[in-house]
Design a protein around this ligand. Sequence first.
Ligand code: GAL
Ligand code: CA
Length: 329
Amino acid sequence: MRRIIALLCLIALLLTIAGCGGERDEMIGVTVYRSDDSFISEVRKSIAAASEGDVPVEILSADNRQQMQNEQIEDFIERGASAIIVNSVDRTASGVIIEKCRRSSVPLVFFNREPVKDDMAKWDKVYYVGARAEESGRMAGGILADCWYANPGMDRNGDGILQFVIIKGETGHQDTELRTEYFTEALMERGIQLEKLHEDTGLWNRDDGRDVMNEFLSYSGDRIEAVFANNDDMALGAIEALKDAGYFTDGRYMPVVGIDATPAGRRALRDGTLLGTVFNDSGNQGRAAYNIAKELAAGRIPTSESIGYEITDDRYVWIPYTTVLRQDA
Ligand code: GAL
Ligand code: CA
Protein backbone atom coordinates (compact mmCIF):
# COMPACT_ATOMS: atom_id res chain seq x y z
CA MET A 1 0.00 0.00 0.00
CA ARG A 2 2.73 2.44 1.00
CA ARG A 3 4.51 1.72 -2.26
CA ILE A 4 1.37 2.48 -4.24
CA ILE A 5 0.91 5.78 -2.41
CA ALA A 6 4.58 6.63 -3.01
CA LEU A 7 4.16 5.84 -6.72
CA LEU A 8 1.02 7.97 -6.97
CA CYS A 9 2.84 10.86 -5.28
CA LEU A 10 5.72 10.53 -7.73
CA ILE A 11 3.34 10.59 -10.69
CA ALA A 12 1.59 13.66 -9.28
CA LEU A 13 4.94 15.38 -8.78
CA LEU A 14 6.07 14.61 -12.33
CA LEU A 15 2.81 15.95 -13.75
CA THR A 16 3.22 19.19 -11.77
CA ILE A 17 6.78 19.65 -12.99
CA ALA A 18 5.70 19.05 -16.59
CA GLY A 19 2.90 21.58 -16.21
CA CYS A 20 4.95 24.40 -14.70
CA GLY A 21 8.47 23.97 -15.81
CA GLY A 22 7.87 22.90 -19.39
CA GLU A 23 8.05 25.19 -22.43
CA ARG A 24 5.30 27.79 -22.46
CA ASP A 25 2.94 27.60 -25.40
CA GLU A 26 4.12 29.78 -28.22
CA MET A 27 2.00 32.88 -28.82
CA ILE A 28 2.09 36.13 -30.79
CA GLY A 29 0.42 39.04 -29.00
CA VAL A 30 -1.53 41.57 -31.07
CA THR A 31 -2.96 44.89 -29.91
CA VAL A 32 -5.04 47.25 -32.06
CA TYR A 33 -5.93 50.87 -31.27
CA ARG A 34 -9.67 50.21 -31.06
CA SER A 35 -12.11 47.46 -31.90
CA ASP A 36 -14.79 49.44 -33.75
CA ASP A 37 -12.69 50.72 -36.66
CA SER A 38 -13.93 49.04 -39.87
CA PHE A 39 -10.60 48.87 -41.68
CA ILE A 40 -8.67 47.69 -38.61
CA SER A 41 -11.34 45.00 -38.03
CA GLU A 42 -10.58 43.66 -41.51
CA VAL A 43 -6.85 43.55 -40.74
CA ARG A 44 -7.58 41.74 -37.48
CA LYS A 45 -9.58 39.12 -39.36
CA SER A 46 -6.70 38.68 -41.77
CA ILE A 47 -4.15 38.21 -38.94
CA ALA A 48 -6.42 35.67 -37.26
CA ALA A 49 -6.92 33.79 -40.54
CA ALA A 50 -3.17 33.72 -41.23
CA SER A 51 -2.53 32.19 -37.80
CA GLU A 52 -4.88 29.28 -38.31
CA GLY A 53 -3.01 26.01 -37.93
CA ASP A 54 0.14 28.00 -37.14
CA VAL A 55 1.58 29.97 -34.20
CA PRO A 56 -1.56 31.22 -32.40
CA VAL A 57 -2.30 34.92 -31.83
CA GLU A 58 -4.06 36.66 -29.01
CA ILE A 59 -5.70 39.87 -30.22
CA LEU A 60 -6.62 42.71 -27.83
CA SER A 61 -8.10 46.16 -28.37
CA ALA A 62 -6.71 49.18 -26.52
CA ASP A 63 -9.99 51.13 -26.50
CA ASN A 64 -8.15 54.09 -27.96
CA ARG A 65 -6.02 54.47 -24.80
CA GLN A 66 -2.24 54.40 -25.12
CA GLN A 67 -1.76 53.67 -21.43
CA MET A 68 -3.93 50.58 -21.73
CA GLN A 69 -2.01 49.45 -24.82
CA ASN A 70 1.32 49.82 -23.00
CA GLU A 71 -0.02 47.59 -20.22
CA GLN A 72 -1.23 45.02 -22.74
CA ILE A 73 2.26 44.94 -24.24
CA GLU A 74 3.89 44.53 -20.82
CA ASP A 75 1.48 41.73 -20.09
CA PHE A 76 2.28 39.97 -23.38
CA ILE A 77 5.98 40.21 -22.53
CA GLU A 78 5.45 38.80 -19.02
CA ARG A 79 3.43 35.93 -20.41
CA GLY A 80 6.25 35.00 -22.76
CA ALA A 81 4.90 36.18 -26.13
CA SER A 82 7.46 35.35 -28.81
CA ALA A 83 6.62 38.45 -30.89
CA ILE A 84 4.17 41.34 -30.69
CA ILE A 85 2.15 43.05 -33.44
CA VAL A 86 1.08 46.62 -32.65
CA ASN A 87 -1.37 49.06 -34.23
CA SER A 88 -0.52 51.91 -31.89
CA VAL A 89 -3.06 54.29 -30.42
CA ASP A 90 -0.65 57.21 -30.68
CA ARG A 91 2.17 56.66 -33.11
CA THR A 92 4.43 59.02 -31.18
CA ALA A 93 4.32 56.47 -28.33
CA SER A 94 6.15 53.90 -30.49
CA GLY A 95 9.54 54.78 -28.98
CA VAL A 96 8.43 53.73 -25.50
CA ILE A 97 6.98 50.48 -26.85
CA ILE A 98 10.15 49.68 -28.79
CA GLU A 99 12.24 50.31 -25.68
CA LYS A 100 10.09 47.94 -23.60
CA CYS A 101 10.35 45.16 -26.16
CA ARG A 102 14.06 45.68 -26.78
CA ARG A 103 14.82 45.28 -23.07
CA SER A 104 12.98 41.94 -23.05
CA SER A 105 14.15 40.88 -26.53
CA VAL A 106 10.62 40.46 -27.85
CA PRO A 107 10.51 41.44 -31.56
CA LEU A 108 7.90 43.89 -32.76
CA VAL A 109 5.87 44.53 -35.88
CA PHE A 110 3.92 47.78 -36.20
CA PHE A 111 1.21 48.22 -38.78
CA ASN A 112 -1.04 51.02 -40.05
CA ARG A 113 0.38 53.72 -37.75
CA GLU A 114 3.92 54.35 -38.80
CA PRO A 115 6.52 55.07 -36.10
CA VAL A 116 8.82 57.98 -36.94
CA LYS A 117 12.22 57.06 -38.39
CA ASP A 118 14.10 57.90 -35.18
CA ASP A 119 12.02 55.37 -33.27
CA MET A 120 12.39 52.70 -35.96
CA ALA A 121 16.15 53.18 -35.66
CA LYS A 122 16.15 52.27 -31.96
CA TRP A 123 16.27 48.51 -32.54
CA ASP A 124 16.70 46.19 -35.51
CA LYS A 125 13.96 43.77 -34.46
CA VAL A 126 11.25 46.31 -35.30
CA TYR A 127 9.32 46.17 -38.58
CA TYR A 128 6.56 48.22 -40.15
CA VAL A 129 3.79 47.11 -42.51
CA GLY A 130 1.69 49.78 -44.16
CA ALA A 131 0.54 51.41 -47.34
CA ARG A 132 1.80 54.61 -48.95
CA ALA A 133 -0.66 57.30 -47.93
CA GLU A 134 0.30 59.59 -50.79
CA GLU A 135 -0.56 56.87 -53.29
CA SER A 136 -4.11 56.60 -51.94
CA GLY A 137 -4.52 60.39 -51.94
CA ARG A 138 -3.45 60.56 -55.58
CA MET A 139 -5.81 57.76 -56.57
CA ALA A 140 -8.75 59.40 -54.79
CA GLY A 141 -7.94 62.67 -56.59
CA GLY A 142 -7.75 60.78 -59.89
CA ILE A 143 -11.25 59.37 -59.39
CA LEU A 144 -12.69 62.83 -58.88
CA ALA A 145 -10.72 64.31 -61.80
CA ASP A 146 -12.12 61.66 -64.15
CA CYS A 147 -15.62 62.44 -62.93
CA TRP A 148 -15.06 66.21 -63.44
CA TYR A 149 -13.97 65.81 -67.05
CA ALA A 150 -16.68 63.25 -67.87
CA ASN A 151 -19.52 65.29 -66.33
CA PRO A 152 -19.54 69.02 -67.14
CA GLY A 153 -22.65 69.33 -64.95
CA MET A 154 -20.50 68.65 -61.92
CA ASP A 155 -19.44 72.30 -62.07
CA ARG A 156 -22.81 73.25 -60.68
CA ASN A 157 -22.28 77.01 -60.60
CA GLY A 158 -20.44 76.96 -63.94
CA ASP A 159 -17.42 78.95 -62.72
CA GLY A 160 -14.86 76.45 -63.99
CA ILE A 161 -13.69 75.81 -60.42
CA LEU A 162 -14.31 72.69 -58.37
CA GLN A 163 -15.75 73.68 -54.99
CA PHE A 164 -15.14 70.81 -52.60
CA VAL A 165 -15.00 69.81 -48.93
CA ILE A 166 -12.72 67.40 -47.09
CA ILE A 167 -13.56 65.23 -44.10
CA LYS A 168 -10.23 64.34 -42.56
CA GLY A 169 -9.13 61.41 -40.40
CA GLU A 170 -7.49 61.75 -37.01
CA THR A 171 -5.14 64.70 -36.74
CA GLY A 172 -1.47 63.70 -36.78
CA HIS A 173 -2.08 60.36 -38.54
CA GLN A 174 0.18 60.01 -41.58
CA ASP A 175 -2.82 58.94 -43.67
CA THR A 176 -4.78 62.07 -42.81
CA GLU A 177 -2.12 64.57 -43.74
CA LEU A 178 -0.75 62.84 -46.83
CA ARG A 179 -4.05 61.70 -48.31
CA THR A 180 -5.37 65.24 -48.06
CA GLU A 181 -2.26 66.80 -49.55
CA TYR A 182 -1.89 64.41 -52.49
CA PHE A 183 -5.59 64.36 -53.25
CA THR A 184 -5.53 68.08 -54.05
CA GLU A 185 -2.18 67.78 -55.79
CA ALA A 186 -3.52 65.08 -58.12
CA LEU A 187 -6.50 67.25 -59.08
CA MET A 188 -4.28 70.26 -59.74
CA GLU A 189 -1.95 68.15 -61.86
CA ARG A 190 -4.94 67.27 -63.98
CA GLY A 191 -5.46 70.99 -64.59
CA ILE A 192 -8.45 71.47 -62.31
CA GLN A 193 -8.83 74.71 -60.40
CA LEU A 194 -9.86 74.11 -56.84
CA GLU A 195 -11.65 75.92 -54.09
CA LYS A 196 -11.71 74.16 -50.75
CA LEU A 197 -14.84 75.34 -48.99
CA HIS A 198 -14.35 73.48 -45.69
CA GLU A 199 -12.31 70.85 -43.95
CA ASP A 200 -12.69 69.24 -40.55
CA THR A 201 -11.93 65.95 -38.85
CA GLY A 202 -14.42 63.09 -38.71
CA LEU A 203 -12.01 60.95 -36.63
CA TRP A 204 -12.25 58.01 -39.06
CA ASN A 205 -15.80 57.16 -38.01
CA ARG A 206 -19.23 57.31 -39.55
CA ASP A 207 -21.08 59.32 -36.89
CA ASP A 208 -18.53 62.10 -36.84
CA GLY A 209 -18.39 62.02 -40.65
CA ARG A 210 -22.14 62.59 -40.75
CA ASP A 211 -22.01 65.43 -38.21
CA VAL A 212 -19.19 67.18 -40.05
CA MET A 213 -21.02 66.88 -43.38
CA ASN A 214 -24.19 68.28 -41.81
CA GLU A 215 -22.20 71.26 -40.67
CA PHE A 216 -20.65 71.79 -44.11
CA LEU A 217 -24.12 71.60 -45.65
CA SER A 218 -25.46 74.14 -43.20
CA TYR A 219 -22.69 76.58 -44.19
CA SER A 220 -22.50 76.02 -47.92
CA GLY A 221 -25.38 73.77 -49.02
CA ASP A 222 -25.56 73.44 -52.80
CA ARG A 223 -22.35 75.36 -53.33
CA ILE A 224 -20.53 72.10 -52.51
CA GLU A 225 -19.69 70.22 -55.72
CA ALA A 226 -17.76 67.23 -54.31
CA VAL A 227 -16.79 65.51 -51.06
CA PHE A 228 -13.53 63.74 -50.26
CA ALA A 229 -13.40 61.74 -47.03
CA ASN A 230 -10.07 60.32 -45.85
CA ASN A 231 -11.79 56.93 -45.39
CA ASP A 232 -14.97 55.06 -46.35
CA ASP A 233 -16.62 55.16 -42.94
CA MET A 234 -16.59 58.96 -42.92
CA ALA A 235 -17.72 58.97 -46.57
CA LEU A 236 -20.65 56.76 -45.58
CA GLY A 237 -21.51 59.18 -42.76
CA ALA A 238 -21.38 62.04 -45.27
CA ILE A 239 -23.70 60.12 -47.60
CA GLU A 240 -26.21 59.75 -44.76
CA ALA A 241 -26.14 63.52 -44.20
CA LEU A 242 -26.48 64.13 -47.94
CA LYS A 243 -29.44 61.76 -48.15
CA ASP A 244 -31.13 63.67 -45.31
CA ALA A 245 -30.53 66.85 -47.30
CA GLY A 246 -32.30 65.36 -50.33
CA TYR A 247 -29.33 64.07 -52.33
CA PHE A 248 -29.36 60.70 -54.12
CA THR A 249 -33.08 61.03 -54.89
CA ASP A 250 -34.87 62.70 -57.83
CA GLY A 251 -31.68 63.00 -59.82
CA ARG A 252 -29.84 65.03 -57.17
CA TYR A 253 -26.30 63.74 -56.98
CA MET A 254 -23.10 64.52 -55.09
CA PRO A 255 -19.78 62.89 -55.96
CA VAL A 256 -18.32 61.39 -52.77
CA VAL A 257 -14.92 59.67 -52.73
CA GLY A 258 -13.54 57.57 -49.87
CA ILE A 259 -10.59 55.27 -49.17
CA ASP A 260 -10.41 51.66 -47.85
CA ALA A 261 -12.97 49.75 -49.95
CA THR A 262 -14.37 48.11 -46.83
CA PRO A 263 -17.34 45.75 -47.33
CA ALA A 264 -19.72 48.63 -46.45
CA GLY A 265 -17.85 50.95 -48.82
CA ARG A 266 -18.23 48.44 -51.65
CA ARG A 267 -21.96 48.15 -50.96
CA ALA A 268 -22.26 51.94 -51.28
CA LEU A 269 -20.41 51.77 -54.61
CA ARG A 270 -22.91 49.22 -55.87
CA ASP A 271 -25.81 51.39 -54.60
CA GLY A 272 -24.42 54.25 -56.63
CA THR A 273 -23.98 56.60 -53.67
CA LEU A 274 -20.20 56.36 -53.26
CA LEU A 275 -18.51 57.46 -56.49
CA GLY A 276 -15.25 55.65 -55.88
CA THR A 277 -12.78 54.46 -53.30
CA VAL A 278 -9.25 53.11 -53.00
CA PHE A 279 -8.58 49.63 -51.70
CA ASN A 280 -6.48 49.67 -48.54
CA ASP A 281 -5.47 46.02 -48.71
CA SER A 282 -6.32 44.73 -45.24
CA GLY A 283 -5.82 41.09 -46.24
CA ASN A 284 -2.23 41.53 -47.36
CA GLN A 285 -1.33 43.97 -44.57
CA GLY A 286 -2.53 41.46 -41.97
CA ARG A 287 -0.78 38.52 -43.60
CA ALA A 288 2.49 40.40 -44.05
CA ALA A 289 2.48 41.52 -40.40
CA TYR A 290 1.80 37.98 -39.21
CA ASN A 291 4.42 36.39 -41.46
CA ILE A 292 7.09 38.82 -40.27
CA ALA A 293 6.15 38.27 -36.61
CA LYS A 294 6.32 34.51 -37.10
CA GLU A 295 9.81 34.65 -38.58
CA LEU A 296 11.05 36.94 -35.82
CA ALA A 297 9.40 34.72 -33.21
CA ALA A 298 11.39 31.78 -34.56
CA GLY A 299 14.59 33.79 -34.14
CA ARG A 300 15.11 34.29 -37.88
CA ILE A 301 15.67 37.51 -39.80
CA PRO A 302 12.69 37.88 -42.15
CA THR A 303 13.50 37.94 -45.86
CA SER A 304 11.25 38.85 -48.79
CA GLU A 305 11.26 35.15 -49.73
CA SER A 306 10.40 33.83 -46.27
CA ILE A 307 7.52 36.25 -45.67
CA GLY A 308 6.21 36.39 -49.24
CA TYR A 309 6.29 40.21 -49.39
CA GLU A 310 9.00 42.54 -50.56
CA ILE A 311 10.98 44.12 -47.72
CA THR A 312 12.35 47.59 -48.49
CA ASP A 313 14.72 49.75 -46.45
CA ASP A 314 15.52 46.61 -44.42
CA ARG A 315 12.44 46.67 -42.24
CA TYR A 316 9.45 48.04 -44.16
CA VAL A 317 6.76 46.27 -46.17
CA TRP A 318 4.53 48.49 -48.34
CA ILE A 319 1.29 47.03 -49.64
CA PRO A 320 -0.01 48.78 -52.78
CA TYR A 321 -3.39 50.52 -53.00
CA THR A 322 -5.79 50.08 -55.92
CA THR A 323 -8.60 52.24 -57.27
CA VAL A 324 -12.06 50.71 -56.89
CA LEU A 325 -15.05 51.96 -58.89
CA ARG A 326 -18.62 50.76 -59.15
CA GLN A 327 -17.83 48.15 -61.79
CA ASP A 328 -15.09 46.64 -59.57
CA ALA A 329 -17.23 46.42 -56.44
C1 GAL B 1 -6.34 54.14 -42.17
C2 GAL B 1 -7.70 53.69 -42.66
C3 GAL B 1 -8.76 54.27 -41.78
C4 GAL B 1 -8.50 53.92 -40.33
C5 GAL B 1 -7.09 54.31 -39.93
C6 GAL B 1 -6.80 53.85 -38.52
O1 GAL B 1 -5.33 53.55 -42.95
O2 GAL B 1 -7.87 54.12 -43.98
O3 GAL B 1 -10.02 53.79 -42.15
O4 GAL B 1 -8.67 52.55 -40.17
O5 GAL B 1 -6.14 53.75 -40.83
O6 GAL B 1 -5.48 54.07 -38.16
CA1 CA C 1 -17.83 75.28 -59.57
